[in-house]
Design a protein around this ligand. Structure first.
Ligand SMILES: [Zn+2]
Length: 295
């Protein structure tokens, strides 16, 4: 990934503020919204894109994983302190209170930490004091927690009605290959909007102009044939865009007969030539579309 984009992605992940291990355990879901909204804003994705789509597309680690890392490190650091140090005394009191049924989770930091580790059956990590053993257990536990969160996101995408095509065009791994291609970010923005839109109701922002597709009208406003102007019509069927389609897209779909699979084949982008072809088709099509709409 190019340097500028690395910074961009790092900034998106930098919702983890100072001392998050202390105050953030109960607010991870709210922090998650801040992080995903940042990427929605950068890439012009709709506000209603589910957060698990954003994390899968960009390859984001969940905020909760980051917070858990900080919590465990801080716990371990305090455990290495002398027994008369105030942080150690306080945490040990919280630990003893955590077994008390009337102890409220929101007032007990240790219970919050234990609860997170309980989900991956790794509470024993908190009792490990030997450094090399701690490092090994820490790495494996965090990986386990991360994989658990990632599998929840994948499961949510697989059962989502927001965009049924996405599960077929996504690699369902951490970060899509096209986002690491060395091209201007404007191309990433355009392609990613196509991938993350709702196919039957969407807007695409290109060069600062918002292109709204009129999917509620039974005839396409561009070529006038009796079809809704949805994503499939735009990419494969609109008659006014046929010359651009012949030039840029047909080589990728000519051997495929099913139209749904054709859309998926176009939006599953892994190499720079295909990304450029798709980008030039979309920008040319938008120019033609805006010209026809202005008549
Ligand atoms: Zn049309």
């Amino acid at each position: 990934m190019a340097g500028g984009k690395k910074i961009l992605f790092k900034r998106g992940g930098d919702c983890r503020n100072e001392c998050a291990e202390i105050w953030a355990p109960l607010y991870c879901s709210k922090l998650e919204c801040v992080q995903t909204r940042y990427f929605k804003s950068i890439f012009h994705w709709p506000r209603n894109v589910p957060n698990h789509y954003v994390r899968i597309e960009v390859g984001l680690e969940s905020i909760e994983t980051e917070v858990l890392k900080k919590m465990v490190r801080w716990w371990h650091k305090v455990q290495l302190m002398d027994g008369n140090r105030l942080p150690k005394i306080c945490l040990n009191i919280l630990k003893s209170l955590s077994n008390d049924r009337i102890s409220m989770v929101k007032f007990n930091w240790y219970t919050q930490l234990k609860g997170k580790l309980d989900s991956i059956d790794a509470v024993s990590l908190l009792n490990t004091s030997e450094m090399s053993q701690f490092k090994d257990e820490f790495s494996s536990s965090i990986l386990k927690f991360q994989n658990n969160k990632f599998s929840l996101d994948i499961n949510a995408v697989l059962h989502s009605n927001y965009n049924p095509d996405f599960r077929k065009i996504s690699s369902l791994t951490l970060c899509e290959q096209y986002l690491s291609l060395r091209v201007p970010i404007i191309k990433h923005k355009l392609i990613s909007q196509m991938r993350l839109c709702q196919p039957r109701s969407f807007q695409i922002t290109s060069s600062g102009f918002r292109n709204s597709f009129q999917t509620d009208i039974s005839n396409c406003p561009i070529c006038s044939i009796p079809e809704r102007e949805d994503l499939q019509h735009f990419l494969l069927k609109c008659l006014r865009l046929q010359s651009y389609r012949d030039k840029y897209l047909n080589k990728y779909i000519s051997s495929i007969s099913d139209v749904d699979v054709q859309v998926q084949a176009l939006l599953d982008v892994a190499d720079i030539n295909k990304l450029n072809d798709l980008f030039y088709f979309i920008t040319s099509a938008f120019k033609m579309r805006n010209f026809v709409l202005s008549l």
